[in-house]
Design a protein around this ligand. Sequence first.
Ligand SMILES: *Cc1c(COP(=O)(O)O)cnc(C)c1O
Length: 339
Amino acid sequence: MENMNWSDLSFGYMKTDYNVRCYYRDGQWGELEICSSDIVNIHMAATCLHYGQESFEGLKVFKGKDGKARVFRMDENAKRMQSSSRGIRMPELPVEKFEEAVRTVVKLNKRFIPPYESGASLYVRPLMLGLGAQVGVKPATEYLFMIFVTPVGPYFKGGFKPSDVCIMREYDRAAPCGTGTIKVGGNYAASLVAGERAHSQGYAAVLYLDPREKKYLDECGPANFFAIRGNSYITPQSNSILPSITNKSLMQLAESMGMTVERRPVPVEELATFDEAAECGTAAVIAPIGRIDDLDENKSYVFSADGKPGPVCEKLYTRLRAIQYGDEPDTFGWVTVLD
Ligand SMILES: *Cc1c(COP(=O)(O)O)cnc(C)c1O
């Protein structure tokens, strides 16, 4: 890995040395297995393939100046995966087992953790699949939980810069009482058409509205939404939003910086009153929004006309990254140093 150009890596897949797997059979989870193949051999009638009985997670490991690898809030990912399991009738993986799997797979692929200076990180992707041969619609009897890792480059290659998003009312990411609050592949499949349409028109993402009334802001395809107004951090509350761990952390940070945090339904028109707007998630931490175009109403909301992110977004971004890389003391207890 000596002559690897870590900073040039994209958010893509690179084969690493090992992945870890754990099977659920006869009503219980088995032992962790270490595997060097990146192929999964499953029955063609598995429930994950036909009926979408599948969930996933995403988290990152960062190498610090001190050479130590740190993982960010993996207990939160473990708990969220349990919530996804409950949502689509899969067995819950114990938090300890999830954490053991993360530690094991990171240790086995140590040479793929990008160095501190690169601004890159090791992306950790846990997933759970319903297995077994079944044609009737019912939960599987066997499951596979696995984690693979792959190094990913810094999200902002040309610096921390805003991008534009759009509102399109003819698409929903998730139903009002559906699977929006859990991390399942089906939500992503449902967002591909709108996402491609947005990209082809030059937008980074779609900002979805609440699917019941189309009156309130929900979130972007793979990221939560938040805005800054004066001293307030405002983020939508809805029953079709995925609870982002980044958003949760930013809310805590904002509060610790003396800001007021408002988590509530946010009417679309309120966009006109915000000083800053952004997407947030593991991939970018914060992706500032320059402009939101409401394509149905022919309206634009501008948050950055000069191509620069707002000062509060910049501050939150810098602080959270500093905690993740171990540059700043972790007063919240978010980081686990791995050996
Ligand atoms: C994963 C995900 C996010 C971001 O969550 P983080 O825990 O911050 O990475 C936001 N929205 C959706 C729909 C997601 O699937």
